[in-house]
Each structure stands twice: as structure tokens, then as C-alpha cells.
Design a binder for this molecule. Structure first.
Ligand code: SF4
Length: 244
């Protein structure tokens, strides 16, 4: 999602998150230097998601949310924000779709991706970030790729669903949504770590718009091999600079 929310106030956990970011970057670069295979790319995405979930679970006791979170299945306001992620995550989601979606489910996803692409390509990046296009993976208020969803989707949280509705659908700012800052900071750190690692490993497209990137990945049966070989399959989905 764009318009990254930054927490307010002193954040004593930041050094820990910076360390995790550096560690993830280093191990990802080293891993890809040894083996550039689809399996290794898949492992990059799985590792970062597992690291996020493990760290959030571990931090619930020392740095708990101030009150219960409002997030629950069926509440999908945040799935109308532009989702920005990395190539490894897009390829991982594409694998998940190929492996788990039935024919009808895949056909419907293909149709939603075509609608998304059609609308998105008529808009500049900044217009898209305010257009509130529903994510193509969203069905009946739920994520159809929940086990492999991007870091930004895992990070987004809120104490107040009405505030989400008002800010997201009312053209406001996600900065005004009260939330638990631990997942936010952690997600930002790990997201940066994996993107920096991919760029350092020679893959230029750091920031990828999920709605366009997933279609590009699924349009090619061997998308991971092509991406690893340097084919810029995500060129149209890449946001090199967060500018129109
Ligand atoms: S990937 Fe899933 S959680 Fe993320 S915006 Fe799309 S539907 Fe929502």
C-alpha cells in the first residue's frame, strides 16, 4: 500500500528492526549469489513472511498493542489501497495461485486482473494511489492468497475500522488511522531489506505494484525462470520513483 504510515513518538524497537533489515538483506544477497533458482526465490518470500510473523508474535508480550485491533475477516478497506511489494513476493503469489486455484477461481481472478489493469493504465501512479482500486485477490471481503500475502498487507492494522473507512474511502490519509506501530515498523524494515537485496542482486525493479505485477507473472507460465534470467517481466508494474 502506498502512503506509508510512520508511527509517532519514540520507538525503542527501531534498532532491532534495523538489525533485522540488515540481516535479511545480507542473507538474501548471499542466498541468491549461490543459487538463482525458482525454488530459491520462493524461499526468499517465504522466509521474509515467516520472519515477520515470528517477530510479531514474539513482540506481543514486550510491546503489545494498546487496545484490541479492529482487523477481522470481512473488513477489507485496506485492500483498496495500492499494494506495493517486491518481485519475489509477486512470484510466490503467482505460484500459490497456480497451485491452489481451481479453473473457475482462476478465470475470475484473470477477469479481475484485466479490469484492474484497464483502470490502472488510464491513471498516473499518483492518481492510482488515490483511486482505491480493489486488489484483484480480494473476494467477498477476504484475501484469496492470505498465506502468501505481501508484507504490507501483514503490517497494516487498525484500532478503528471506522477510521479506516473514513480515511481510505474518503480520500484521507492512512496516517490518520490509529494503529499498533510494531507491525508497521517491522514490515517497513523487512520490506526494505528484501527490496534492497533484490536490487543489489541485479534485479532493477524494487517496488512492484501487485495488481499489475501479478498479471505479468501469471501471463508467463515460467515467470520465475524468465525473471531470474533478467527478463524484465515486471517493467510495467514497477514504481522506480514514487512520482507520477
Ligand atoms: S493481497 Fe490480499 S490482503 Fe493484500 S490487498 Fe490483496 S486481497 Fe488484501
Amino acid at each position: 500500500m502506498t502512503g506509508t504510515k510512520l508511527p509517532e513518538g519514540r520507538v525503542p524497537l527501531q534498532p532491532l528492526f534495523d538489525g533485522l533489515r540488515q540481516h535479511l538483506k545480507k542473507t538474501t544477497v548471499e542466498s541468491l549469489a549461490v543459487h538463482r533458482t525458482p525454488q530459491r526465490v520462493r524461499a526468499v518470500a517465504d522466509t521474509v513472511n515467516e520472519a515477520f510473523e515470528s517477530a510479531v508474535t514474539g513482540l506481543k508480550t514486550p510491546a503489545p498493542p494498546e487496545k484490541p485491533l479492529a482487523c477481522k475477516k470481512g473488513c477489507d478497506h485496506c485492500c483498496h489501497l495500492t499494494v506495493m511489494t517486491d518481485a519475489a513476493t509477486v512470484l510466490r503469489i503467482a505460484d500459490y495461485v497456480r497451485e491452489t486455484f481451481g479453473r473457475a477461481e482462476r478465470t475470475l481472478l484473470d477477469m479481475r486482473m484485466i479490469v484492474y489493469e484497464d483502470k490502472a493504465e488510464k491513471l498516473t501512479q499518483s492518481q492510482r494511489s488515490m483511486a482505491r482500486l480493489p486488489c484483484p485477490l480480494l473476494v467477498d471481503g477476504a484475501c484469496t492468497a492470505h498465506p502468501v500475502r505481501p508484507l504490507v498487507c501483514r503490517s497494516f492494522n487498525s484500532y478503528d475500522a471506522e477510521a479506516c473507512k473514513k480515511q481510505i474511502h474518503g480520500g484521507g490519509s492512512t496516517r490518520e488511522i490509529p494503529s499498533w506501530n510494531v507491525p508497521w515498523l517491522l514490515g517497513l524494515a523487512l520490506d526494505s531489506g528484501v527490496k534492497e537485496a533484490l536490487v543489489e542482486s541485479g534485479y532493477a525493479d524494487g517496488d512492484i505494484e501487485l495488481g499489475l505485477g501479478l498479471k505479468a507473472a501469471l501471463d508467463h507460465p515460467n515467470s520465475s525462470e524468465r525473471w531470474l534470467a533478467g527478463d524484465r517481466i515486471f517493467a510495467r508494474a514497477a514504481w522506480k520513483a514514487r512520482k507520477p
